[in-house]
Design a binder for this molecule. Structure first.
Ligand code: HGY
Ligand code: MN
Ligand code: MN
Ligand code: MN
Length: 416
């Protein structure tokens, strides 16, 4: 069905904005931001809010075996492959109110508007609130979308958080049965297209002076968990040449990591640095840190990772420090599909909102869903490009523009 401009529809921007503020109160922390770690009490409270909102929007709601919340709007061809949108409400520590939330709340608002305005659509429409997109509590991300795509790894169930709670235990306390998580897998062909709305989390759209971007590709990533074991000792009585100091090995590896990232035009970030025993007057015995490595090209990402690992091993050897490197997560770079780029561009035209192509450095559930269906990603301008931070912010106008483009894109896809 070709839509013409007079049929352009619209969401209720103020209702969308209200839901963003309401969800933003759940998990609000002392930093002025929010912390809703995956399957934590705060995130489970957020799920209750999302479930109620889906129901009040008139969607059929169910939770799959991976904990993904799915709101569905039947179409005139109920057995046709569905058009799916979605994102996540789990956050990093001291996060903002828009990362993930805009895609879930915007998807609900779009489906609600389609239902309220009786906009014809043949295919079923679904909005999904995915389990554990961020991966920072247990160490692997995209858990819900990977389960849906059939890429679940059983080893993740034994991954632990900082309190030693396993993902298995956290799933059980959330009323999920880890043994049946595989049943969340959707059959190939059951999803016609997946399109996600997300904040940009970068500065490009602001520099361009544009509210929206259409992602052409999403960076791949590789996450390492590093443990360096040296010899704890007295800071005053141990001569420099007799030390096995893991923090010095870490320091020189981290500077090498920066050089490698710049040289390859990628990005690399050290997080979660821990030092034991951590007293001022004791040489550390153990240092732990994570490394997040990303690039748009899979072979360069591989090369960057190998070079960084080599540096860590070499500096460990020179300083007689034991090196333990664990790959905890990785995702290949993915390209948006031509058909989705086209549908989103048409959606922008119908919604009357300009948008230009952009490569996305942030990871999204769309990466996992690309294994199941053609994907597209609509990005909304971030103020000062800030994200994973309490100051993360997008304007009500840009959020409304993004959801209006999502709405028109969904209608186009649902009538293909
Ligand atoms: O890490 C990311 O890029 C995303 O926020 N999960
Ligand atoms: Mn994030
Ligand atoms: Mn996100
Ligand atoms: Mn076209």
């Amino acid at each position: 069905m070709r839509m013409t401009l007079e049929h352009a529809y619209g969401i209720q921007g103020d209702r969308l904005w209200r839901t963003i503020q309401e969800l933003g109160l759940i998990g609000a922390d002392s930093s002025g931001g929010v912390t809703r770690l995956s399957l934590s009490p705060e995130e489970l409270e957020g799920r209750v809010y999302i479930t109620k909102l889906m129901k009040s929007a008139g969607l059929e709601v169910h939770r799959d075996e991976a904990g993904n919340l799915i709101g569905r709007l039947a179409g005139s061809r109920p057995d046709a492959a569905a058009v799916v949108t979605g994102s996540h409400i789990d956050t990093v520590n001291e996060a903002g109110r828009f990362d993930g939330a805009l895609g879930v709340l915007g998807g609900i608002e779009a489906l609600r508007a389609i239902k309220e305005q009786g906009i014809p659509h043949e295919r079923p429409l679904e909005v999904v609130c995915f389990t554990d997109e961020e991966g920072i509590r247990f160490g692997a991300g995209y858990l819900g979308s990977r389960a849906m795509a059939g890429d679940w790894q059983s080893e993740w169930l034994d991954f632990t958080d900082e309190e030693g709670v396993t993902l298995r235990e956290a799933m059980e306390s959330a009323g999920l049965s880890p043994e049946s998580v595989w049943k969340a897998k959707r059959e190939a062909g059951s999803i016609h297209a997946y399109v996600e709305l997300h904040i940009e989390q970068g500065k490009a759209l602001e520099h361009r002076g544009e509210p929206l971007g259409i992602a052409t590709a999403i960076y791949g990533h590789c996450w390492l968990d590093i443990r360096l074991l040296g010899e704890a000792d007295h800071a005053g009585t141990t001569p420099m040449n007799l030390r096995r100091d893991p923090l010095l090995a870490a320091a020189e590896s981290i500077l090498a990591m920066e050089r490698i990232a710049v040289q390859h035009g990628g990005v690399a970030t050290v997080g979660k640095l821990g030092v034991k025993p951590g007293s001022t007057n004791a040489i550390p015995g153990e240092v732990r840190f994570t490394v997040d490595i990303r690039h748009e090209d899979a072979s360069i990402l591989e090369r960057m990772t190998q070079e960084i690992e080599r540096h860590i091993v070499t500096s460990g050897k020179t300083r007689e420090v034991e090196v333990h490197i664990k790959h905890t997560d990785s995702g290949s770079p993915v390209a948006a599909s031509e058909s989705l780029l086209h549908a989103i561009a048409d959606g922008c035209q119908l919604a009357g909102v300009p948008a230009s192509p952009i490569v996305c450095g942030a990871g999204h559930d769309a990466v996992a869903m690309s294994r199941l269906a053609p994907i597209g990603l609509i990005l909304v301008r971030s103020k000062d490009g800030i994200s994973h931070h309490p100051a993360e912010w997008s304007s009500p106008g840009d959020c409304e523009a993004g959801v209006n483009v999502l709405l028109h894109t969904l209608i186009i896809l649902a009538n293909q």
